[in-house]
Design a protein around this ligand. Structure first.
Ligand code: F6P
Length: 324
């Protein structure tokens, strides 16, 4: 019998986290389960920053980006004494289930906590990067890519006016999913991602061909984690090989993590919050409740954190044809 659950967010925030928190709190209270919010993720567990939540606390938050629970990247939780203190604090609050919102770092943390405490944990995928295995969907990705296309469309207006080449850097330290989706959706000439090797000569050749065909503006989308460097570095390397374009670089940065979540993020986050509580009630543990083909689906944390490099090559091939 679940009597008290805790909920926390960890790592980079993602628009839609608040909708998920609301889903968890309202579902748990409906089933007469008490809910404790843990502020600042794993740091809050260590610092005992834990408070009882009521239904009113999650009123008027479904449309807001960020997270009312705050988040952190916790170095202290990487240490055994840190995790021991966290486990002691959870026990003192008689928490018998946890809901963790975040990405791979959050779920690795959940697995590490398992060594100190037997409290069942259910994860909700929440990262704008979209890089988790076992789910087609992560909270925040949809909002982030819509923010990106809005920004790139604006940049294209000025790029067109002055016949310029723009390198636009989007987030994605380890994954190119934001770059891939937004590159296709904005009609970019090329998309550079960490999962594939960037060929500067080929890129310069592509631009040269476009120049001959009198293509005016050009947009190259660069994922921040691309192994050839960030957008500034890549732009400089390309310029050395082909310098006919007047070139500019824009780094979109943290604008991609904020803003009101889209309808998709609000809806799915609500459903995943609801599903996470039901999962704990039915005895599931140490799994991520994600979505596959639009339905809730569970993946053990050990597998969920193994996303690396699963980009669909056919999509990468498609861009060459669509931008030709
Ligand atoms: O949330 C994931 C992510 O946005 C990565 O794409 C990015 O590299 C990182 O977070 C930035 O994190 P921080 O805000 O801690 O600098």
């Amino acid at each position: 019998m679940m009597k008290r659950i805790g909920i926390y967010c960890s790592g980079g925030d993602a628009p839609g986290m608040n909708a998920a928190i609301r889903g968890v709190v309202r579902t748990a209270l409906y089933h007469h389960i008490e809910v404790y919010g843990i502020r600042y993720g794993y740091n809050g567990m260590i610092d005992n920053d834990i408070f009882k939540m009521d239904a009113h606390m999650v009123s008027g938050i479904i449309h807001r980006g960020g997270t009312i629970l705050k988040s952190s990247r916790s170095d202290r939780f990487l240490t055994e004494p840190g995790r021991r203190t966290a486990a002691i604090n959870l026990k003192a609050h008689q928490i018998d289930g946890l809901v963790a919102l975040g990405g791979d770092g959050t779920f690795k943390g959940a697995l590490a906590l398992k060594e100190q405490s037997s409290i069942p944990i259910i994860g909700i995928p929440a990262t704008i990067d979209g890089d988790l295995f076992g789910t087609d969907y992560t909270i925040g990705y949809d909002t982030a890519i819509n923010t990106v296309i809005d920004a790139v469309d604006k940049i294209r207006d000025t790029a067109d006016a002055l016949d310029r080449l723009f390198f636009i850097e989007v987030m994605g330290r380890d994954a190119g999913l934001i770059a891939l989706r937004t590159g296709i959706a904005t009609g970019a000439e090329a998309i550079l991602v960490p999962e594939t090797k960037t060929d500067i000569h080929a890129l310069a050749a592509l631009l040269r061909r476009g120049w001959k065909r009198e293509k005016s503006s050009k947009i190259i989308i660069v994922a921040e984690g691309d192994e050839a460097g960030g957008a500034f570095q890549i732009a400089a390397q390309v310029k050395k090989e082909f310098d006919r374009y007047d070139t500019r670089v824009t780094v979109l940065g943290h604008i991609q993590r904020g803003g009101n979540p889209t309808c998709m993020d609000r809806y799915n986050a609500s459903e995943l919050g609801f599903a996470a509580v039901n999962a704990l009630m039915t005895g599931r543990k140490w799994e991520m409740s994600g979505m596959v083909n639009g339905s809730v689906s569970f993946t053990p944390f050990e597998k969920a954190v193994k996303y690396k490099g699963l980009l669909d090559q056919s999509v990468l091939d498609m861009i060459h044809i669509l931008s030709s």
